[in-house]
Design a protein around this ligand. Structure first.
Ligand SMILES: Cc1cc2nc3c(=O)[nH]c(=O)nc-3n(C[C@H](O)[C@H](O)[C@H](O)COP(=O)(O)O)c2cc1C
Length: 211
C-alpha cells in the first residue's frame, strides 16, 4: 500500500492547526483524580493521559504534564481516588480542570459532594457511579529516548477499593454503556460519549485459525 502520507517529526513541530497526537490516540478514558494535600485541602482534576495497566493487582496510571497540585498531593499522602467521568457529570468535570491555586477545593468549585472512602483518606465524588480507591505504587519521571528528564510524571496507583453503583451491575455484569462514560478526543474541545449502539463483540480466535 502506498499512502500519500503527511509526515512530521514531532521534535520539529507538527505544522498543523492542532496537534493531531491526542486526536489519534483517542478517545481516551479520563482519570478524574481526587487527592488531598498534606495540610488537608481537597483537590479534583481530570487527566486524560490515563489508563489501566494491570489486572492483578489492578493498577491504573496517569501522567502529569509538569508538577501539578494532584502530583504534589499524591507525593505528600501516597493516596488518590479515581472517579468515573460520565455524561451527566461532564460539565462539572470540566470546571474541575480550572487552573485554581492549591488552596482551592475543586469539589466546591464544581458543586460536587465529597463522600468518605472506605480505605484511603481521600474522598470520592459522591455523584459519580464508580470510583477506585488507590494507593500510589510508582512515581516515574518520563524521559526522552536520549535519557533526558521531561519534567512530566507518571503516577501509578494500585486499586485497593472499588465502588460500583448497584444499578450498573446487571445480573452481576458491569454495564459499561449504562454508566455513560465520556472520553477525551482531540483538539481544544472534543469529547465522545459511549452508548449501547457502538457495542460490537469479537471472541479471540483459536490457533490454527478455523475456516
Ligand atoms: C479532559 C481533560 C483531560 C486532561 N488531561 C490532562 C493530563 O492527562 N495531564 C495533565 O497534566 N493535565 C491534563 N488536563 C489539565 C488538568 O486537568 C489541569 O491542568 C488541572 O488544573 C490540574 O489540576 P491540579 O493542579 O489540581 O492537579 C486535562 C484537562 C481536561 C479537561
Amino acid at each position: 500500500m502506498n499512502h500519500d502520507d503527511y509526515f512530521y517529526e514531532p521534535a520539529g513541530g507538527h505544522g498543523l492547526p492542532h496537534d493531531p497526537f491526542n486526536a489519534i490516540v483517542g478517545p481516551r478514558p479520563i482519570g478524574w483524580i481526587a487527592s488531598r494535600s498534606g495540610a488537608g485541602v481537597l483537590n479534583l482534576a481530570p487527566y486524560s493521559f490515563f489508563n489501566a495497566f494491570n489486572y492483578t493487582p489492578p493498577i491504573i496510571g496517569f501522567s502529569s504534564q509538569g508538577r501539578k497540585d494532584t502530583l504534589r498531593n499524591i507525593e505528600e499522602t501516597g493516596e488518590f481516588v479515581w472517579n468515573l467521568a460520565t455524561r451527566p457529570l461532564a460539565e462539572a468535570m470540566n470546571v474541575s480542570c480550572a487552573p485554581a491555586p492549591p488552596e482551592v477545593d475543586e469539589f466546591v468549585l464544581a458543586g460536587l459532594t465529597p463522600s468518605p472512602s472506605r480505605i484511603v483518606g481521600v474522598p470520592r465524588v459522591a455523584e459519580s457511579p464508580v470510583a477506585f480507591e488507590c494507593r500510589v505504587s510508582q512515581l516515574v519521571e518520563l524521559k526522552t529516548h536520549a535519557g533526558a528528564g521531561t519534567g512530566n510524571w507518571m503516577v501509578f496507583g494500585e486499586v485497593v477499593g472499588v465502588h460500583i453503583a448497584q444499578h450498573l451491575l446487571r445480573d452481576g455484569i458491569y454495564d459499561t454503556a449504562g454508566a455513560q462514560p465520556i472520553l477525551r478526543g482531540g483538539g481544544p474541545a472534543d469529547y465522545f460519549e459511549i452508548t449501547r449502539e457502538q457495542l460490537f463483540q469479537m471472541r479471540r480466535p483459536p490457533y490454527p485459525l478455523e475456516g
